[in-house]
Write a protein that binds this ligand. Structure first.
Ligand code: GTP
Ligand code: MG
Length: 200
């Protein structure tokens, strides 16, 4: 994807109404700190257009990045962040669920899992729930640069087994440091989730 224009068009907090966009949306879910905002920056070829932080719980709103007036990358708050109150957690959960459940333009959900660790109970719950909503999530195994090359296959297998993925589900190892996996993700988005314009 050639990025010609970028705009953080909509920021939704717990009390805001979700936008009724008329262009395809691609959403990124995953636990706090897994690298959702970093992945979105990598896809946009920007270092810090989406705010990231070493401290979990950075993204607390649903952020819609308009790409080329053609589509949206949707950055979601992370789940499983221990430091917020139960009440707050519930509200975020409801906000994420409401978005995934109600968006008419949502074409694909990417679920991010840290490639170093076994998926958590929350990851599993999220995966199952997204599947229940009728999506076929694509898994991004993040922080690939933290593993030795020889460990990668074993860890991909661990992610597949840990989530009990539907056979055929794509798992794409990705690093925001080296950008490995970025082209594959764009390729997938462009070929499978964006409508092709008729060539005249
Ligand atoms: P929340 O907004 O809190 O839900 O987190 P997030 O999922 O958006 O994570 P974010 O992109 O803010 O990244 C969290 C931390 O992980 C930051 O310190 C990033 O620099 C780091 N990080 C993200 N991706 C990678 C990666 O591929 N490799 C390495 N080494 N670090 C990464
Ligand atoms: Mg974030």
């Amino acid at each position: 994807m050639i990025i010609r224009s970028l705009n953080l068009e909509t920021v939704c907090g717990i009390t805001s109404k979700l936008p009724e966009n008329d262009k395809p949306e691609i959403a990124f879910a995953g636990k706090s700190n897994v690298g959702k905002s970093s992945l979105i920056n990598a896809l946009m070829n920007r270092k810090s257009f989406a705010r990231t932080s070493a401290t979990p719980g950075k993204t607390q709103t649903i952020n819609f990045y308009n790409i080329n007036d053609e589509m949206y990358l949707v950055d979601l708050p992370g789940y499983g962040y221990a430091k917020v109150s139960e009440k707050e957690k519930m509200k975020w959960g409801q906000m994420i669920e409401s978005y995934l459940h109600n968006s008419k333009q949502l074409k694909a959900v990417f679920l991010l899992i840290d490639i170093r660790h076994e998926p958590s109970a929350n990851d599993k719950m999220m995966y199952d729930w997204v599947v229940e909503q009728g999506y076929h999530p694509i898994i991004i195994a993040t922080k690939l640069d933290k593993l030795k090359r020889s460990q990668v296959d074993k860890h991909v297998k661990m992610v597949k087994q840990g989530l009990n993925l539907i056979p055929g589900t794509r798992v794409i190892p990705f690093s925001a440091e080296t950008k490995q996996g970025r082209d594959e993700i764009w390729e997938l988005v462009e070929t499978e989730f964006l409508e092709k314009k008729e060539v005249e």
